[in-house]
Design a protein around this ligand. Structure first.
Ligand SMILES: Cc1cc2nc3c(=O)[nH]c(=O)nc-3n(C[C@H](O)[C@H](O)[C@H](O)COP(=O)(O)OP(=O)(O)OC[C@H]3O[C@@H](n4cnc5c(N)ncnc54)[C@H](O)[C@@H]3O)c2cc1C
Length: 478
């Protein structure tokens, strides 16, 4: 029987057990009946369970648990609807904390779903809002893990959804009756869907009247009949913690998420054939989700600074001018991302109609843009300081060999003993050069939207009025 932790809080084991529900998963060409029984996939489940562990941990409980005034229940703070700057700062801190515990990998199982719920609560009205509120209560009260499938596979990017040779490249409505709708098509890159309880589906872009069938938003349980999830094998995981100190324990799963005539009852349909809502919903979700993104980037940028400083010390190069310059650049990078993230919350706006707060879109996008566009430069600095051993070093088998280890201890000594120096090298190598490093690098550029999408939002959100008025006034044009 499930352990009762709080009225609306599940334990990590409740969460793990909930995933054994007959969902249709494929991994490396094989059907997977039980995600937690799979040796590679269970790493992702254990990693995600951090979002539940923090509620049990006295060190984090104040941040992770929220007493809902309406129900009087203790529930996950992820589901606290933000009303102020303080709420957004606490949310950011919670996301940063869980990602820090997750070795720079975001846990995401409550972060992205709550981003999606906040967007729905702000965007839809009337009967749809009542359905969203009921679904929100289900997620909050059940302490559920919730994915968001927004990005469609998209086919030819120059064509709108209805122009695609195959309409299934965007998820769309193919039938409807008194009971609900039937949807078909596929989303991709869907994070944590394989180990979530529920999946919220959003349109990926603004749509016109011709695209009405594609303007659909709904929620389905992960075991819905007709839903199949094909888990990416990227970063399949290395069980060796010596050589892969981060990725051996921390992993996120993405899926190609295929809806093969999935039936969705009306009480789970939030938007149906309403193209005018597609753009606002997509954008409102992204407003929250990019704030989540920059919050979960903070442990990563801190680690780039910390690991670079440590390996510089261990290599004996801290006094070199160019090393100090690179460390300075890394500090500027990390602290600029942090300052912009906090500023996005400080500049929060409150939606007049709903009273729900949201981070300032321009500042959030500047934080995300700064992070994404300077990430590869930051990697260059860290790798430059660390040296080539990042890709030529020994493996765990060498280190555990009685014959080889003394040779490694003698020749890989720096200013610090080889045992310490190699651990730090392996940390940087895992973070920046191997599968996990490659994953982080693409995550930096694409996840939560491409760099161009961020730039568009920055220009769109900027109020140019005061600046142009000032320019005109200085040359007496007004
Ligand atoms: C690790 C990871 C996790 C993710 N998790 C999720 C998730 O949980 N849920 C979810 O919904 N999505 C998720 N995403 C998807 C993410 O939001 C997309 O990767 C991003 O929006 C880019 O889309 P794309 O990958 O299809 O690339 P594309 O859209 O193909 O973009 C590639 C390039 O083409 C450009 N481009 C695309 N279309 C046009 C056009 N019409 N005109 C001009 N230029 C264009 C883009 O600007 C970019 O430079 C995730 C992505 C990653 C990498």
């Amino acid at each position: 029987m499930a352990t009762v932790l709080g009225m609306a809080l599940r334990t990590p084991d409740d969460y793990r057990a909930s995933l054994r529900d007959g969902r249709t998963l494929f991994y490396r060409g094989q059907k997977v009946d039980d995600i937690y029984a799979h040796p590679e996939l269970r790493v992702a489940v254990d990693h995600a369970a951090i979002d539940y562990e923090v509620a049990e941990d006295p060190a984090h409980r104040d941040l992770a648990v929220w007493k809902d005034p309406e129900s009087g229940e203790d529930c996950s703070a992820y589901y606290k609807v933000p009303r102020s700057t303080e709420d957004l700062l606490n949310r950011s801190k919670l996301i940063e904390t869980c990602t820090g515990l997750g070795g720079t990998m975001v846990t995401l199982i409550k972060e992205i779903g709550s981003d999606g719920l906040f967007a729905l609560l702000r965007t839809v009205q009337g009967e749809s809002l009542e359905k969203v509120q009921a679904f929100y209560e289900r997620c909050r009260g059940g302490d559920l893990a919730v994915a968001v499938a927004q990005t469609d596979v998209k086919g030819d990017r120059s064509l709108s959804p209805h122009q695609q040779p195959d309409p299934d490249t965007y998820v769309h409505v193919v039938d409807r009756n008194d009971e609900g709708i039937v949807v078909r098509g596929a989303k991709c890159h869907t994070s944590i869907s394989a180990n979530a309880d529920e999946i919220i589906v959003f349109p990926t872009r603004a749509m016109g009247a011709d695209d009405a069938d594609f303007a659909v938003a709904f929620a389905v349980p992960a075991n819905a009949p007709g839903l199949s999830m094909y888990i990416s094998s990227y970063g399949s995981g290395e069980p060796d913690e010596w050589a892969f100190p981060l990725s051996a324990k921390h992993k996120m799963l993405e899926t190609l998420t295929v809806f093969d005539d999935v039936f969705v009852p009306w009480d789970r349909v939030f938007v149906c054939r309403e193209p005018e809502l597609a753009g606002p919903l997509a954008l409102t979700f992204v407003e929250y989700h990019r704030f989540t993104a920059v919050s979960y980037k903070l442990p990563l940028v801190d680690l780039l600074v910390g690991a670079a400083a440590e390996i510089a010390q261990m290599n004996g190069v801290t006094k070199a001018g160019h090393i100090r310059e690179k460390l300075t650049q890394l500090v500027i990078y990390a602290e600029t991302v942090r300052a912009l993230t906090h500023m996005a919350a400080i500049r929060a706006k409150v939606d007049e109609r709903t009273g729900i707060a949201y981070p300032d879109p321009m500042t959030t996008n500047m934080a995300k843009y700064t992070f994404a566009t300077r990430y590869h430069e930051a990697l260059e600095y860290v790798q430059d300081i660390a040296g080539g051993l990042l890709v030529t070093g020994p493996g765990a088998d060498d280190w555990s060999s009685d014959e080889v280890r003394p040779v490694l201890e003698k020749y890989f000594v720096g200013k610090a003993p080889a045992a310490e120096r190699l651990r730090m090298i392996n940390l940087i190598s895992d973070l920046t050069t191997r599968d996990f490093g490659g994953y982080h690098a693409v995550l930096a550029v694409h996840a939560e939207g491409s760099i161009e999408a961020e730039k568009m939002q920055i220009l769109r959100s900027y109020d140019a009025g005061p600046a142009t008025t000032y320019a005109r006034r200085l040359v007496d044009l007004d």
